[in-house]
Write a protein that binds this ligand. Structure first.
Ligand SMILES: [Zn+2]
Length: 173
């Protein structure tokens, strides 16, 4: 089985079995899975939203697509729509959105970014009436998740470390 490392700002859609690994701090990953067709998708958004207009008539790809939670969700849902997957059959899972103080001070993501990312994802899920079947969000924990695109299974570990520290540990093996 192929092993995919998903970095911040990336998005993956799988039509064959794969194992997707990603590490989350204040970022969020949203997983879409369709059981019968064995289709799985996962994003890793750093920021909640920005001003861009999705097309209603086709699949328009935003320049900063993967970075933004809302754009990633619009794209993933449109992709499943074009495959004829009924929205009522989609399983949606949401992870991450930690309150990473150390990260924020070191530059980067800003206090409250985790919560804003989660709020944006939840608002999208509610407004499209999607089924949220699992979530693990907030708190001071970095998370490592592994998504199996053929079964929808998620393995999740929480760490009392920043995502950057965790990345370093991962690279060491
Ligand atoms: Zn956009």
């Amino acid at each position: 089985m192929e092993i995919i490392r998903l970095d911040p700002g990336e998005l993956y859609i799988g039509t064959a079995p794969a194992e997707v690994h990603t590490v989350l701090g204040s970022c969020v990953s949203i997983v879409f899975f369709h059981e019968r067709l064995k289709l799985g998708a996962i994003c890793h958004g750093r920021k909640p939203d920005h001003v861009c207009r999705p097309a209603t008539t086709g699949l328009k790809v935003c320049r900063e697509l993967g970075d933004h939670v809302r754009c990633s969700l619009e794209f993933m849902l449109a992709w499943f729509d074009t495959r004829g997957v009924p929205r009522s059959e989609l399983e949606v899972k949401l992870f991450g959105g930690a309150m990473m103080f150390a990260n924020s001070l070191a530059g980067g993501t800003g206090l409250g970014m985790g919560k804003r990312n989660v709020d944006t994802a939840m608002e999208f899920i509610r407004s499209r009436r999607l089924h949220l079947t699992a979530s693990d969000v907030g708190g001071p924990w970095a998370r490592q998740i592994v998504f199996f695109t053929d079964t929808g299974e998620i393995r999740l570990k929480r760490y009392r470390k920043s995502a950057q520290e965790l990345e370093r540990l991962e690279q060491l093996g």
